[in-house]
Design a protein around this ligand. Structure first.
Ligand SMILES: NC(=O)c1ccc[n+]([C@@H]2O[C@H](COP(=O)([O-])OP(=O)(O)OC[C@H]3O[C@@H](n4cnc5c(N)ncnc54)[C@H](OP(=O)(O)O)[C@@H]3O)[C@@H](O)[C@H]2O)c1
Length: 288
């Protein structure tokens, strides 16, 4: 079996590659990357797998990347929100080739909205009659050590428009274990959507309190209104698209019901997903 992993140089993709590498029995893994030379240089962990050029913006890369692929792990890069322009051509091509299944990284609650990009991709896949598994994870714990990290590192601060909204926290290694399970037993989950949550709904004041308790630290959380958030991120030279993604991710939970806690992870592995305390302990050096 040949599995093409997109977004392999990102948070979740790299973790998915690592899971698959530790379980070589699954078959052959291939990373679809924008720049093969840069990837070889910057990602040593991808050096021992096949790399193929793949760019959502460049239709000419699709056929060679998809050659002989059985399953595609499809990750929508955060900056791509124009699904019609950048993702629809790929889905059409996959349908034309036939026999390629998709494991899509979607997001918790995607089914409740037709305007969020992930739901648009889900609907395209269904419309094109491609066999799929939709994975709908909650909020990544790793946001604390990636997108939110520069501010933590430089100012011991997390500034967000989130108020005291509750987020459900999931570790990306737990999501990746589910990706591996789905690829290994595709038929079992075929044409189903799995919501993946952690076991805790916590707001940012609670998470910051835990970080400080565990690390003996002094990180502060500052909730700001949307306008202040936009101005602050603009000053930090964030691209408008990225500010928008960050805003939606962190503001919407204020006006939505608390995230649902589901047992998907426990039902598959008979163990609980990682708790945020464990994640903080594993990353203690970063927070201190
Ligand atoms: N953060 C959360 O809490 C959360 C929760 C649920 C779902 N999600 C979803 O998870 C996804 C983000 O995952 P992530 O955090 O792993 O993202 P990430 O770390 O930002 O990685 C994005 C990946 O996409 C690749 N990429 C970017 N533009 C590309 C293009 N034009 N063609 C091909 N590849 C391209 C990047 O490769 P380069 O190295 O070339 O840039 C990188 O490997 C989003 O769809 C998001 O909505 C996030």
């Amino acid at each position: 079996m040949n599995i093409l992993i997109t977004g392999a140089t990102g948070n979740i993709g790299l973790e998915v590659v690592n899971q698959f590498k530790a379980n070589r029995t699954i078959g052959n893994i291939i990373a679809g990357v924008r720049d093969i030379e840069k990837t070889k240089k910057n990602y040593p962990e991808l050096n021992d797998i096949e790399l193929r050029k793949f760019d959502f913006y460049d239709i000419s890369t699709f056929d060679s990347a998809l050659d002989n692929i059985d399953i595609m792990f499809l990750l929508r890069p955060p900056q791509i929100s124009n699904i019609k322009k950048y993702i629809a051509p790929l889905i059409t091509r996959i349908a034309e080739i036939g026999n390629i299944k998709i494991i899509l990284l979607s997001v918790q609650g995607a089914e409740t909205s037709t305007i969020i990009p992930h739901r648009k991709i889900e609907l395209l896949i269904i419309k094109n009659k491609i066999d799929y598994i939709f994975l709908r994870p909650s909020y990544f714990m790793q946001n604390l050590t990636t997108t939110l990290y520069p501010e933590i590192q430089h100012s011991k601060l997390i500034t967000l428009p989130s108020g005291t909204a509750k987020f459900n926290w999931i570790d990306i290694s737990d999501i990746s274990r589910i990706v591996l399970e789905c690829a290994s037993n595709f038929n079992k989950y075929q044409n189903k959507a799995l919501t993946i949550s952690g076991s805790q709904n916590l707001n940012f004041p609670e998470v910051v309190k835990l970080i400080n308790l565990i690390t003996n630290g002094e990180i502060k959380y500052r909730s700001v209104n949307p306008l202040k958030y936009f101005i602050a991120k603009k000053k930090e030279k964030y691209e408008i698209g990225m500010i928008f993604v960050m805003f939606v991710l962190h503001f919407l939970p204020r006006v939505q019901p608390e995230p649902e806690i589901v047992n998907t992870f426990y039902d598959i592995f008979n163990e609980n997903p990682k708790k945020i305390e464990e994640f903080i302990r594993m990353n203690i050096k970063k927070f201190t």
